[in-house]
Design a protein around this ligand. Structure first.
Ligand code: IPE
Length: 255
């Protein structure tokens, strides 16, 4: 599928838009800072957000993760989804307040080859909307599973071949060690990935930072540059939106 010029996919990490240490706690300041920064940039934006202390909290209670499982307490599936819709409504409110036109799309409207989804996204972008996605609970053979915001980001990158993919995380980039000493790795070579030891949040049900890095690698193999930047720092996100190397950690697209 061909490249669509000047589209940027931005993932709002759950550890930025919520406080992962405390269940159901929103970081409204961070959400507003991300919205404000996106509004300052002229590119067409597609936004994906994670679950943080909303989705992950209930998913853990429900026993949900990225593998397909039969869930006995279906009310917990309901609560997990409800918390994600709640978080999404805060994101939508914030994006709207900064003049963006968010349009939430849930995975249920997707057909197998994603063709309808692709035309919907392109139509929305051409009309000045910003499509918004979030990690969700999806039905699978015999049960339910979590489709993470990172997996959604990969699907979108494969479909749209955006100019770049930006992961907004809660630290300055990817570090060599979990103690986050020194500066982040400026350019992450795929060969370095296996030597990185990351610090994970206990609450995480979707594989945390390591899975994110692996997904970034898959995205880079599509020819798309991937940036990991500190979502609390407006300047870092702006530079990544401009495609400036040297901010956070970049995994360059392999052409
Ligand atoms: C998780 O999505 C969604 C649910 C738990 C329902 P992500 O895995 O993308 O969330 P974060 O960014 O790591 O919090």
């Amino acid at each position: 599928m061909g490249r669509v010029v000047d589209n940027i996919i931005v993932k709002f990490g759950g550890s930025v838009i919520t406080d992962k240490k405390h269940p159901l706690s929103l970081n409204l300041d961070a959400i507003n800072s991300l919205s404000r920064t996106l509004a300052m940039h002229s590119s067409k934006k597609i936004i994906v957000h994670g679950g943080g202390s909303f989705g992950h909290y209930y998913a853990k209670l429900a026993g949900l993760n990225t593998k397909c499982k039969h869930i006995y307490e279906v009310n917990k599936v309901v609560l997990t989804r409800k918390s994600m819709f709640e978080l999404n409504s805060h994101v939508i409110d914030s994006l709207t307040s900064y003049g963006l036109n968010p349009y939430t799309i849930t995975p249920f409207y997707w057909n197998k080859d994603f063709s309808e989804l692709k035309s919907l996204i392109l139509k929305l972008l051409s009309q000045n909307f910003s499509p918004v996605f979030f990690g969700d609970v999806v039905p699978c053979k015999g049960g339910f599973r979590i489709l993470s915001g990172d997996d959604i980001s990969y699907i979108l990158c494969r479909m749209l071949k955006p100019s770049r993919m930006i992961f907004c995380i809660d630290v300055d980039g990817i570090f060599q060690s979990p103690r986050l000493e020194g500066s982040p790795i400026k350019e992450l070579d795929p060969k370095m990935v296996k030597n990185i030891i990351v610090k994970e949040h206990i609450i995480d049900v979707t594989g945390g930072m390591l899975r994110k890095i692996k997904i970034a690698y898959k995205i880079s193999k599509l020819g798309v540059d991937v940036f990991f930047v500190n979502g609390f720092k407006q300047d870092a996100l702006l530079k990544a939106l401009n495609g400036e190397y040297g901010v956070g950690t970049c995994m360059r697209g392999v052409h």
